[in-house]
Design a protein around this ligand. Structure first.
Ligand code: URA
Length: 183
């Protein structure tokens, strides 16, 4: 673990800890306010993110931006990262060895950011951060607390693109997050 961003960022530059390094264009490290109270964790980069080296800049990212606006926060105010930092082929779910190889970087980011709240976007984020015993359908919308951080699991924005009902629940969950932030 590194106690500063510079060393952490340097440590990842030539990462070859898993096979996802073979096809990446860019490592998608994470972006935003490094002292944010609120952090979002997604699954892994897609094609647009791989190209630009930034998380949530594609279709799902546009929805995230709308959601940020809806709860009155700027994208620049929060910190955004993913479970894996390199794009899985065909946007498949990251495999266990890939997630495990990458998770220490994310843990280090969480330690440095020290967020009060983490929004877990979808099943991959939920299971890798809080444990395999959790399922997104039953866990979503409910606060979970671990080591002084409040976690709100919700749908992954890509799931909203396929299902209108999930959009309503996603909004509800983000409004809860807004309320908690305002406390
Ligand atoms: N989906 C994710 O989980 N993360 C991104 O950065 C983009 C899409």
């Amino acid at each position: 673990m590194y106690d500063n961003w510079e060393e952490l960022e340097k440590s990842i530059i030539n990462c070859k800890k898993c096979k996802l390094c073979q096809n990446r264009t860019n490592i998608v490290f994470g972006t935003g306010n490094k002292e944010a109270d609120l952090m979002f964790i997604g699954e892994g980069p897609g094609a647009d993110e791989d190209k630009q080296g930034l998380p949530f800049v594609g279709k799902a990212g546009k929805l995230m931006n709308e959601a940020f606006k809806g709860i009155g926060i700027n994208r620049e105010e929060v910190y955004i990262a993913n479970i894996v930092k390199c794009r899985p082929p065909q946007n498949r779910v990251p495999e266990q060895d890939e997630a495990e190889a990458c998770l220490n970087y994310l843990r280090n980011q969480v330690i440095l950011v020290k967020p009060k709240i983490i929004v877990l976007l979808g099943s991959t984020a939920l299971k890798n951060i809080l444990g395999k015993e959790y399922g997104i359908t039953s866990a979503r919308g409910k606060w979970l607390e671990k080591k002084g951080i409040k976690y709100m699991p919700t749908w992954h924005p890509a799931a909203l693109l396929r299902d209108e009902n999930k959009k309503i629940e996603f909004w509800k969950d983000l409004k809860e997050v807004r309320k908690e932030l305002d406390k």
